[in-house]
Write a protein that binds this ligand. Sequence first.
Ligand SMILES: [Zn+2]
Length: 122
Amino acid sequence: MLEKKLCPVHIKLMLPSKTKYGLRFQCPDCDIYSWDGPTSMPGTPATHKFRKQAHEVFDPLWKSGKVTRKKCYRQLSVFMGLARKDTHIGMFDILQCRLVIAFAALKGGSVKNSGRCKSTNV
Ligand SMILES: [Zn+2]
């Protein structure tokens, strides 16, 4: 069964296409897109860039084996003030992704300089 994804700006069905990263849904009227699955929400290319960066610093925390993935996500949900079920990087906006990056820094992960804060990107 094919999922349906809606562009939050244009309230239009986004069109699926197959890519090497999996199914991608694209708004016909803007650059907002989403990946397949319930934990990927539509976002601008800038948002997706930050989500990727958040994964790059968050995933090594639990991949190191020092803490379980489950525990790591639970700690992140407390840090973010979110319910665990809402704690998926694929659902986050840019500011939330920045918080994930801050969380990883506090946990001793590596942090790349994400550049100056540009509020217009949020
Ligand atoms: Zn759109």
